[in-house]
Design a protein around this ligand. Sequence first.
Ligand code: GTP
Ligand code: SPV
Ligand code: MN
Length: 581
Amino acid sequence: MTPAETWVDEVARTTKPSKVVWCDGSEAENERLVEGMLQDGTLIRLNEQAAPGCTLHRSHPSDVARTEHLTFIASRRAEDAGPTNNWMAPQEARERVGPLFDGVMKGRTMYVVPYVMGPLGSPFSKVGIEVTDSPYVVANMRIMTRMGQAALDQLGGGDEFVPGLHSTGDLSPDRRFIVHFPEERLIWSVGSGYGGNALLGKKCFALRIASTMARDQGWMAEHMLILELTLPSGEVHYVGAAFPSACGKTNLAMLQAPAELAGVKVRTIGDDIAWLRPGPDGRLWAVNPEAGFFGVVPGTGPDTNPMALQTIARNTIFTNVAVTPDGVPWWEGKDKSPPSDLIDWQGKPWDRTGKAAHPNSRFTAPARQCPTMSSRWEDPQGVPLSAIVFGGRRARVAPLVFESRDWEHGVFVGATMGSETTAAATGQVGVVRRDPMAMLPFCGYNMGDYFAHWLRMGKAVSKPPAIFHVNWFRTDRADRFIWPGFGQNLRVLLWMIERVKGQGKATETPVGFVPTRDALNLEGLGLSSAELDTLLAVDRDEWAAEVPEIRAFFERFGAHCPQQLHESLDTLSQQLTATRV
Ligand code: GTP
Ligand code: SPV
Ligand code: MN
């Protein structure tokens, strides 16, 4: 028996399924699975004219987002999980979570899903094997990863794979655990069928486990989109951008140039996760480990993200959207007015009071269906980054854009990011929390050590990308977004590329370089002078108020927080209180 077969056998002895099926990822296999799900109601077929090949899945109402409070890092030492992760001793995990798998698959089929994260044949790529009792998970993994025979071929009977055991259990939050064993590179997930909790290749492997591998092996696993920008001159740049969940990665990755900037072309490499490695040329190279998009549905419309709309026009699994009586999917932001007689995401007639689609409703669609995929999106070598962008959802404080002074300062900017929480995780929405590098829920080890790893990586590349911070979400007194966002964000990207080339006008502020009033191309936007002032403002009092909060955050990491970050904070603090010029 191969190591994979041995592990699967062991799992089957614990979970006691009535049947074990090794998935090959074929079309025929998928059709059989979908047929079964249509029959038992797990999936609902959508309108063949309006949404060909599309289906709808309705989650259990208590299982519609990641559950960060039920997500654990089971490292031997609590210190290695760090203060921002929930820790569970491996022994405790075996005793508390292990029994939940005993006989959990009785009467169910156990699917074995071998998959590759990363382009086939790439030195970046890694194999995972997810064992699950959910055909919905299998159908999603087939879209999100390179699944089936290709993975077994890469594995070649060896033991280099990340095992992930998943069962929907009884879906009760009381018996829901998402546990990562970073030292063993093992994942256990029970009690949820939702995306990030259950599609183990995504956040569990490609971020939490991969981040620990990356630390040990000298690379990086990040919550980043990757885009390709071609200037009218033909010059090409690649940009990686880390925004927290539901803060605009998919939208930026599929950005369409507005009419005024029609000579600029933006293409997509990835929309959620990037694996980065130093290249022989001293640059940082990036691949998208995924093969599909698990994207936020609400807000996806012809004026915001037309490319996503085209991507999800067929062969898409919709989760928790609303639907018309004749099976046309609908969500807030799809078009101006909702059709009549809508059925809401829970399958009830929509009474027009709450949201018709769940705010964290999602689409699962193959990347190859996206009209803006770059010809290099599956390049085994990846693409070299010119810039890294951090960003958050801040009604105040953070200006539209600023540039860090250098890599070290950029790491400080990433480490101190704040963002308002969203519906992508259960819990209160709209409260500002520190979310370093948009990785707070996804770093598989002590975040203080993660900051140190970022600083080390800056030394491992002679030509590191420039680091920027953006905020598309600043609001006015009436709580309206001031910046038009979406396609117009290209104007900000273009300023970044100018800065990378040593051009682009900027003023130095305590937080970094902010564009001068005339540095951004704002032609045709109709922004008032006062609006521009607000967008570019760095208010010293507002920023000074963040300092003690950041200091307290750093202190939580004790000796794990690099001295360099404390020094950057001292510098910021001094500059904020220095005499105004
Ligand atoms: P995850 O998949 O959870 O990691 O989210 P994401 O970072 O990919 O976010 P996504 O692009 O799906 O956007 C989330 C929400 O923010 C959607 O409802 C978008 O319509 C909205 N959004 C995205 N970009 C902008 C922008 O530039 N301005 C404004 N106002 N809203 C935006
Ligand atoms: C996110 O929450 O950042 C997502 C969706 O991209 S999930 O797969 O649930 O993590
Ligand atoms: Mn995400």
